[in-house]
Design a protein around this ligand. Structure first.
Ligand code: SPD
Length: 280
């Protein structure tokens, strides 16, 4: 008999995956952490029964949460990643040779340890000397941070439920904005605009209170509810379509999804999303 794993999303949709075996299961201080092997996507990481990433489709998400910011910000020497315990986002950041230092702040050591051990295909950059990994709460980190400004901040968090809610609030975005260089950029994953449009709209409007220019963009993530996902590019000065060609050309050679055509297309919003954003 086959074993099936289901993510039920906001009690509105259900995505089932046939599971071949459980690779890891633990209850941390913060959440239930599971890694299992599936036919469709290979190994899958789930937190509190919510799919986070998989070996088979992670490149869609990690390339799109990272490269639009890193191919447009004038300086990318100092990068902060909040969340992203599987290591996929820092792997993509560290592909850029101009990056000198990445601070990654993840709340749950159990996630990091499990991913280091069981998902090495995703976290290929753990031993990069430019990476500083801190196990602590991202909201508290940014509130207290008094070091040099970051050029790019990537918020690779889970869904806005429970303790993660703070990662989607104006106060957090304001603190991030204060810790960015004037030509810096923040990118946040902003949920499914199709299944979860309320969350998407809320995230965009919280960001608008903190940043002068807020640009949502879209990309596929097959393992997430209904497969369509969104991100927001927020800055005070930058145009997300002003791609630094030399940098992007170098980086897209190593990518499976991201390239400059995809970059430009991702910022084109369909009318239904433009309308719901404009009506708020
Ligand atoms: N619905 C799940 C959204 C999770 C977004 N973050 C995933 C982390 C992958 N590095």
């Amino acid at each position: 008999m086959s074993l099936w794993y289901y993510e039920i999303f906001e009690n509105k949709s259900r995505l089932g995956l046939k599971v071949n075996k459980t690779v890891f299961q633990a209850k941390s201080e913060f959440q239930t952490v599971e890694i299992f092997e599936t036919d469709l996507f290979g190994k899958v990481l789930a937190l509190d029964s919510t799919y986070q990433t998989s070996v088979g489709d992670e490149f869609y998400y990690h390339e799109m949460i990272v490269h639009p910011a890193l191919t447009t910000a004038p300086q990318i020497r100092r990068v902060l990643v909040i969340g992203g315990g599987d290591g996929g986002s820092v792997r993509e950041v560290l592909r850029h040779q101009e990056v000198n230092h990445v601070t990654m702040v993840e709340i749950d050591a159990v996630v990091v340890d499990a991913c280091k051990k069981h998902l090495p295909e995703i976290g290929q950059a753990w031993s990069d000397p430019r990476l500083e990994l801190l196990i602590q709460d991202g909201v508290a980190f940014i509130e207290k941070y008094n070091g040099g400004p970051f050029d790019v901040i990537i918020i690779d968090g889970p869904d806005p439920v429970g303790p993660a809610k703070g990662l989607f609030k104006y106060e957090f975005y304001r603190d991030c904005c204060e810790k960015l260089s004037p030509q810096g950029v923040l990118v946040v994953q902003s949920e499914s605009p199709h299944v979860s449009s309320e969350s998407f709209i809320d995230i965009v409007s919280e960001l608008k209170k903190a940043f002068r220019a807020v640009h949502p963009y879209l990309g596929p993530v097959p393992i997430y509810p209904c497969g369509g996902w969104s991100y927001v590019y927020a800055s005070n000065q930058l145009n997300p379509l002003k791609i630094i060609d030399q940098r992007a050309e170098r980086i897209e050679k190593a990518c499976r999804y991201y390239n400059r055509d995809i970059h430009r297309a991702a910022f084109a919003l369909p009318n239904n999303l433009k309308r719901i954003l404009n009506s708020k």
